[in-house]
Design a protein around this ligand. Structure first.
Ligand code: AMP
Length: 217
């Protein structure tokens, strides 16, 4: 299986698409946001450094992120292919990642850019709720992503929570960080000939169909 990098603004649907691809193909899903939230939950040094930056919608340092990624992609469950959801987010991370891949003799795979309108992304972010136990993502804004019982995870039966950084102001900061620091990666990967573009539709199934075409191309 080709490794996948999702390149997209916040709330474009990277997490949801990843969940669907994991189910269809058995990919290993690596979300740097989830790895950081885990560090915060465990009260580690990295977690302490990351917490306030994340609350403000600012990026965590490249060195911390590279360390998390290099520990994660060398685990056995990544051998048959993995999805990078939220990494790389800066040109420096992309360059360091290229070095890491050549050291490990691994392939970059395909980079999927998810195109989304800013207002739709904002609506999604502000109404996104997640299960604190299994991480499943729900959305009050979309009929197909609502939980069966309001506010409860369908799988775990626990109360769903809103991410600390899914407020309107933090979303604006995250979007600005994305435009300034992550958008340059579009040209970087386009010039390497590995970039594919899909559109984020209102329906996750339509977006998923586009992603499948690109992966199986
Ligand atoms: P996400 O769950 O991907 O939306 O990420 C949540 C937050 O974690 C981001 O707003 C950043 O503060 C931080 N973060 C996640 N991935 C990275 C990364 N690759 N580089 C820097 N900061 C990151």
């Amino acid at each position: 299986m080709k490794n996948i990098i999702f390149l997209a603004p916040p709330a474009a649907g990277k997490g949801t698409l990843s969940e669907m691809l994991v189910e269809k193909y058995g990919y290993c899903h690596i979300s740097t946001g989830d790895l950081l939230r885990e560090e915060i939950k465990n009260g580690t040094e990295i977690g302490k450094q990351a917490e306030s930056l994340m609350k403000d919608g600012k990026f965590v340092s490249d060195d911390v992120i590279i360390e998390l990624i290099s520990n994660r992609i060398t685990k056995k469950d990544c051998e048959n292919g993995y999805i990078l959801d939220g990494f790389p987010r800066t040109l420096n991370q992309a360059l360091k990642y290229d070095e890491l891949l050549s050291k490990l003799n691994k392939d970059l795979g395909v980079v999927i850019y998810i195109d989304i309108d800013k207002q739709l992304a904002m609506n999604r972010a502000c109404s996104r709720i997640t299960c604190p136990k299994c991480g499943r993502i729900y959305n009050k804004y979309s009929n197909e992503m609502k939980p069966k019982q309001e506010g409860m995870c369908d799988d775990c039966g626990v109360l769903l929570t809103q991410r600390a950084d899914d407020s309107e102001q933090t979303f604006i900061n995250r979007f600005d960080e994305y435009v300034n620091k992550t958008m340059p990666l579009y040209d970087y990967y386009k010039n390497k000939g590995v970039l594919k573009v899909i559109k984020s539709h209102e329906s996750k199934y339509e977006t998923f169909d586009e992603a499948i075409k690109v992966i199986e191309d």
